[in-house]
Design a protein around this ligand. Structure first.
Ligand code: ZN
Length: 317
């Protein structure tokens, strides 16, 4: 944490909030993705929910940065100190994002905000256990204590179960927010306890990058015709897990294209010809592939298995 100002005079043009909060720029940057016009609908839903916040809120869809920023925006909405922000009619405009409470939330320096970060690495069971002593108490500073599990798909199974137990106990004035790419990537028992808000799926009108397009085409052709894929993978002696994750994501985007009625590429066309149940199974294949990569299974093996299973699915067996 940055050191407090040592009593020297700050320039007069700084606001009171800026004097108090060294992380003000971080805070503004943290909220920025949540303010995108594309997220107007989810923001409206969250504003409506804020009058009686659910104990557990899930944010799915969109990109990681959107989900995490919106989780922080929600925490700010629940604790904004702007007097107008507390009036039901005025909350139509959301949190002010400039009062000390909003800024502290954005900078992750608010005493009632607990941020479990699963964006890089998994959320550990000890992090979840650490919540318990805090949760029996009232929030110290704000109206609501907010616990964000960012990218909750990275909860280990033990940590997820422990969190489930936490949710079964009364937690006065506490809201949990989980972000995840898709609700299917969380324990069903966790999902069913919460309220799901879906962000617009990643804009696949945004074209695939040049290095990803051959993978999309190969996956689409292999799923449809059973050929062409292994030429691409056997040509490589190794692949890192990060690249393999991107390739699985290409498949997930194709499925999202199909579900959203967008044209997409060859693979989206394969999904369009499938019955709804097969599409659900395809989603599971992608989720299991991502899980296998996280569990450090050989990336080439994961990709070959994924392609083979998609082909079997597309043939309708
Ligand atoms: Zn505020």
């Amino acid at each position: 944490m940055a050191a407090a100002k040592d009593g020297r005079k700050t320039p007069a043009r700084k606001t009171a909030a800026e004097e108090q909060l060294p992380g003000i720029n971080d805070a503004r940057a943290a909220f920025a993705p949540a303010l995108s016009p594309a997220l107007e609908r989810p923001r409206a839903m969250l504003r409506a929910l804020s009058f009686r916040p659910p104990q557990l809120l899930h944010l799915e869809g969109g990109e990681t940065a959107d989900r995490v920023a919106l989780a922080l925006w929600w925490a700010a909405q629940l604790n904004c100190e702007d007097p107008e922000g507390m009036e039901p009619k005025a909350s139509a405009r959301g949190p002010c994002l400039s009062c000390p409470s909003c800024l502290r939330i954005g900078a992750n320096m608010h005493p009632d905000l607990i941020f479990l970060d699963g964006r890089e690495g998994s959320i550990k069971i000890d992090d979840v256990r650490g919540l318990r002593p805090v949760l029996g108490e009232k929030p110290h500073f704000g109206r609501w204590r907010v616990i964000i599990a960012a990218e909750a798909q990275s909860l280990g199974i033990e940590a997820a179960n422990s969190l489930l137990k936490v949710l079964e106990d009364p937690c006065p004035d506490t809201c949990f927010v989980f972000t995840a790419p898709q609700r299917e990537r969380l324990l069903p028992t966790l999902v069913s306890r919460g309220w799901v808000v879906t962000l617009p799926w990643p804009e696949t009108g945004r074209p695939l990058s040049d290095d990803m397009r051959p993978w999309e085409q190969a996956l689409g052709r292999f799923a449809a015709e059973g050929r062409g894929w292994f030429d691409l993978t056997t040509a490589r002696s190794a692949m890192d897990a990060g690249k393999a994750q991107q390739i699985v994501l290409v498949g997930q985007k194709a499925l999202a294209d199909c579900l959203a009625g967008r044209e997409g590429g060859m693979l989206a066309a394969v999904f369009r010809r499938m019955p709804p149940r097969a599409r659900m199974l395809a989603d599971e294949i992608f989720v299991e592939s991502q899980d296998a990569l996280q569990a450090q299974v050989n990336p080439l093996l994961v990709l070959d298995t994924m392609a083979a299973r998609l082909h079997v699915l597309a043939r309708g067996r």
